[in-house]
Design a protein around this ligand. Structure first.
Ligand code: IMP
Ligand code: MG
Length: 194
């Protein structure tokens, strides 16, 4: 008796060249990063500002590893759209609700690439006169800076490859991958995803 052929369930992992940072390494690094940040802020209350959508997963997990009082707000910034290279200057799509004046701010993003996004957002926040401003990124891509910018806290330094997963997307896909992987070049910029 011939069996009906079931379509293969689509598997996000099969769209990757390889995994760059596994779930386990993410978990371990976040625990350490949380302790570093807890220590750096001392007894001060932290105002965490997460750049969404990319930093959603990282922020949610990291903040639970910081043993300090925290206020949380988000800021939405456009930069990449559906391309794998950033062409235009980032602009703010949705601004903060919290007042950051005289507050100790921790600005969080998923990845530092050209440096344009974080430098634009940091400059904007500084105008609001926080007591201090520190930045934290899960990933820092090497050899790609177009503006001088380094984060105070970095999860992992990675090579110059386009990565997805754990919040990072390509055309809004792959954010829900639990690990971080290198997207197959053949899947970058498919016209039907524009
Ligand atoms: P930057 O302004 O060039 O530093 O880029 C920062 C933003 O670009 C990040 O917040 C990401 O949204 C996006 N980005 C940069 N590199 C990657 C990548 O490899 N995968 C997914 N998104 C990326
Ligand atoms: Mg982003």
């Amino acid at each position: 008796m011939s069996k009906a052929i079931k379509p293969k369930p689509s598997n996000l992992h099969s769209d990757l060249d390889r995994i760059l940072v596994s779930e386990l390494r993410l978990k371990r690094r976040l625990t350490k990063l949380g302790s570093e940040i807890t220590e750096a802020f001392g007894d001060k209350e932290i105002t965490a500002i997460s750049i969404i959508n990319g930093a959603i997963f990282f922020t949610a997990d990291l903040l639970r590893k910081i043993n300090r009082p925290i206020r949380l707000d988000c800021i939405r910034v456009s930069s990449y759209r559906n391309q794998t290279i950033s062409k235009e200057k980032p602009h703010i799509l949705d601004m903060l609700r919290l007042n950051v004046e005289k507050q100790h701010v921790l600005l969080i993003d998923d990845i530092l690439d050209t440096g344009k996004t974080l430098s634009v957002v940091a400059k904007l926040l500084k105008k609001r006169k926080p007591a201090s401003l520190k930045t934290c990124v899960l990933l820092a891509k090497q050899g790609r800076r177009e503006v001088e910018f380094e984060a105070d806290f970095v999860g992992f330094k990675i090579p110059d490859r386009f990565v997805v997963g754990y919040g990072l997307d390509f055309a809004e896909r792959y954010r829900n991958l639990p690990s971080i992987g290198i997207l197959k070049p053949s899947l970058q910029n498919p016209p039907e995803w524009a």
